[in-house]
Ligand binder design. Structure first.
Ligand SMILES: [Zn+2]
Length: 429
């Protein structure tokens, strides 16, 4: 019964693209007249863009099986439109992208070299969709379980030749781009060496963590500029005002390690709670908002071939998507996108217990599991083939006004171009 509904939606979406698509949920969001609407009038007031860093098709399958079972659907999959994204970068040495080049493509519509933060191949800054939204009077937000200055959010709110310049990125957020809501980890880049901040230097769970900011005390600077600064879940809950800076860890809000070697995924503020607060603050702006929400641990746990915590992080992302969908149901002028920047791990979902095709089973890139399938006595295994990124296309799902434009198979740069059209009625090139 459930399957039938899905098939109808899939058929509709598939027909318009002439393709069989990754997944589709129930057709409830787009009015029929939006399907053929030409560029010319903005249809979207708010955008909530979710990035599951490193989240390929098999990652979504694994998260779904573990959470909803064989016939269930994740919140992120139960959306009416879907597409597949080519992720390659324009890096002269490796076409396989990193998060910086991929996020730059999504944020600016320009392919660039790996490590670039919203600059082109010549190193020239390119305006981002978040900056365009800001110019149009919208509120803007960056939320992540990574350092809030890490590559994915950075490419929306800053411009640097190198992704490692995280204090420069932080400074640009607050002084130049003036991002309204900034929530995540990475306190170490906001305080200079010797000033530990709220999260102490050299903690037991990672003794290497210590303040290393290169731009002075940026937390003080943010306060001068009118930001409310919060450090814990309680402070976040109580925070008022239109500008909010929350730093909840020295580095990532988790510890990425191989299974059983000090790996931790238990963020001080869960991603759904950060998402909820960001929406509360940003939605006060009458002209709308542009919000990026990233779950970074899907990628970083995949680099460690850590299936259990990759899945745990994916479940948190899905709960954050549920928060956004609830908001979008009450505010129909909200576009919600769930995508990835690239695949990580060369992952497949398999029957447990078979021989390991990808190696001797002793190396890190081997079979992982078995994992329980929700509502079933069956189990599945994950088979990793690399600890790096791959060139595999990644799925995108979408709902809300303009969502139908994301149907098809296309380059990551097109995401920016479509956003520009639906937000500002702008046609590019
Ligand atoms: Zn990665």
């Amino acid at each position: 019964m459930f399957r039938m509904k899905r098939r109808t939606a899939l058929l509709m979406a598939g027909l318009s693209a002439g393709l069989t698509l990754y997944a589709a949920g129930q057709q409830t969001w787009a009015a029929p007249d939006q399907l053929d609407k030409p560029a010319g009038s903005p249809t979207v007031k708010n955008v909530i863009l979710f990035v599951g860093d490193g989240m390929g098709t098999a990652h979504r399958d694994a998260i779904r099986l573990a959470t909803k079972g064989i016939t269930g659907e994740l919140e992120m999959d139960n959306m009416p439109y879907s597409g597949l994204i080519h992720t390659n970068s324009a890096d002269p040495k490796s076409f396989i992208t990193d998060s910086a080049a991929a996020a730059t493509a999504i944020a600016t519509g320009v392919k660039t070299y790996n490590g670039a933060i919203a600059v082109d191949l010549q190193g020239k800054p390119v305006e981002t969709i978040l900056e365009q939204a800001k110019k149009a009077g919208k509120a803007t937000g960056l939320v992540t379980t990574s350092q809030v200055t890490d590559a994915t959010p950075a490419a929306f709110g800053a411009h640097t030749a190198k992704r490692s310049a995280q204090s420069d990125i932080a400074k640009q957020y607050i002084e130049q781009t003036k991002v309204d809501v900034i929530l995540g980890g990475g306190e170490d880049y906001w305080y200079p060496a010797g000033q530990p901040g709220y999260y102490p230097d050299h903690p037991a769970e990672d003794p290497e963590e210590e303040s290393k900011g290169t731009q002075g005390n940026l937390v003080e600077r943010a306060k001068q500029l009118g930001y409310t600064y919060v450090r814990t879940a309680d402070e976040l809950k109580q925070a008022a005002g239109h500008k909010l800076l929350g730093l909840f860890a020295n580095e990532e809000m988790f510890q990425q390690r191989p299974e059983g070697e000090g790996d931790v995924y238990n963020p001080a503020v869960p991603l759904p709670d950060m998402t909820k607060k960001a929406l509360d603050v940003l939605s006060q702006n009458k002209k709308g908002f542009f919000l990026v929400v990233e779950e970074e641990a899907i990628d970083e746990m995949s680099h460690e071939n850590n299936g259990p915590l990759m899945i745990k992080a994916g479940q948190q992302l899905d709960e954050a998507v549920a928060v956004a969908k609830q908001y979008a149901k009450r505010h129909r002028d909200t576009l919600v996108l769930v995508l990835a920047d690239h695949e990580c791990g060369g992952l497949t979902v398999e029957t447990p217990g078979g021989t390991d095709e990808s190696g001797d089973g002793k190396t890190i890139s081997g079979e992982d599991g078995p994992f329980s399938i929700a509502h079933s006595s069956q189990t599945f295994a994950l088979d990793w083939t690399t600890t790096g990124h791959t060139a595999a296309d990644v799925p995108l799902t979408a709902m809300g006004p303009g969502a139908e434009r994301f149907v098809g198979v296309y380059e990551n740069t097109r995401i920016h171009d479509i956003l520009e059209q639906v937000l500002f009625a702008k046609t590019r090139r």
